[in-house]
Design a protein around this ligand. Structure first.
Ligand code: ADP
Ligand code: MG
Length: 331
């Protein structure tokens, strides 16, 4: 069982940033309004995610670590994924390749803790915590040295973690996020911080955009609010002058999930084709919302690619909405 977990873990956890992504998604699934992430040495020696969500009951802690025991949907429903997590694999995988400790407190219950290391689960013990969940992952990949060897520098892995957090923070403007580097001990150094935004969705998105991409960008961004046959496109797109030399400032989401989808990136590029040279990339934060049956997000475990039932419709919506906004702004 431990060996099976280690093999399967490679699918879910490629690097520290993928562990952070899974832990943040769990915190969001638990209804967290404030999420704090602390990492040391690019997440290789420590990843700690603290949330104020609904917690896990002491009796359920061993279940949370059992493969497939907790999948949030059943197999017949793979196209209707409402919550982020659906495979019941993240925690067992992390417990197989690192030293994982979960401390949690559900409302009306005492706090409890469980540890699992290299796939070996310890007992549930009493703990002190006022609310929510703290997941600590020490020594990621200590149990799989081959994978450890393929990790990049602390700096590069740390940047990948910050990128994951910025993307999820963009998607969840009403949730507060903090990322600290605690490599040198103590309180650590704040790498990213975004307080919970207020107001309506567009206010909140613009506020969060300012945090993630800068106030100047946010103030000058074009508001996008379009729909076509049940698919809607919301968010902000930058004036061509805010383009970048790389596609780093493209934040794309499908039903709240960060994606790096070729179709969406291509549509964004096509919309700006008349205004940007080929080596410039438009900046944007765009949210595609549609019926879950219209999109398959289950193409790859990392879920960065999606498959739309009508790709032409989605592409057309993006290109026309952005061209319209650019024309209104005098382009
Ligand atoms: P999945 O998210 O696919 O269900 P995971 O392995 O990521 O599987 O998590 C297992 C289970 O542990 C979740 O279904 C949830 O019940 C519980 N869980 C994990 N993290 C948290 C958290 N931060 N707060 C509350 N419950 C959590
Ligand atoms: Mg999960």
């Amino acid at each position: 069982e431990a060996a099976v977990n280690r093999i399967a873990a490679g699918e879910v956890v490629e690097r520290p940033a993928s562990a952070v992504k899974e832990l943040l998604e769990n915190a969001l699934d638990a209804g967290a309004r404030r999420i704090e992430v602390a990492v040391a040495h690019g997440g290789k020696s420590l990843i700690r995610v603290t949330d104020d969500g609904h917690g896990i009951r002491a009796g359920d802690l061993p279940l949370a670590l059992a493969r497939h025991a907790t999948s949030k949907i059943d197999g017949s429903d793979l196209l209707n994924i409402a919550s982020f997590g659906f495979r019941g694999e993240a925690l067992p995988s992390l417990g197989a390749v690192g030293r994982l400790t979960i401390t949690s407190r559900a409302p009306g219950e005492a706090a409890a803790r469980i540890a699992v290391s290299g796939g070996r689960m310890g007992p549930v013990t009493p703990a002190a915590l006022t609310r929510g969940t703290v997941v600590e992952l020490h020594d990621l990949f200590f149990a799989t040295p081959a994978r450890l060897k393929f990790l990049r520098s602390d700096r590069a892995e740390g940047q990948a973690i910050a990128d994951v957090i910025r993307r999820l923070a963009m998607a969840e403007p009403f949730v507060a996020f903090t990322l600290r580097d605690v490599s040198d001990g103590g309180e650590g150094r704040v790498i990213f911080r975004a307080d919970a935004e207020t107001g309506d969705l567009f206010d909140a998105m613009r506020g969060r955009l300012a945090r993630v991409l800068g106030a100047d960008f946010a103030e000058n961004a074009l508001r996008i609010d379009a729909r076509r046959e049940g698919v809607s496109l919301l968010g902000y797109a930058a004036l061509p002058t805010y383009s970048r030399g790389a596609a780093v400032a493209q934040y794309l989401f499908v039903n709240g999930r960060p994606v790096r989808d070729k179709l969406l990136i291509g549509a964004l590029r096509a919309a700006y084709a008349d205004f940007l040279s080929r080596d410039r990339h438009p900046a944007a934060a765009l949210f595609v919302e549609c019926d879950p049956t219209f999109v398959d997000v289950n193409v790859h475990p990392a879920k960065a690619e999606v498959r739309f039932r009508e790709p032409g419709l989605v592409r057309g919506l993006i290109v026309s909405a952005l061209r319209h906004a650019l024309a209104e702004a005098g382009h």
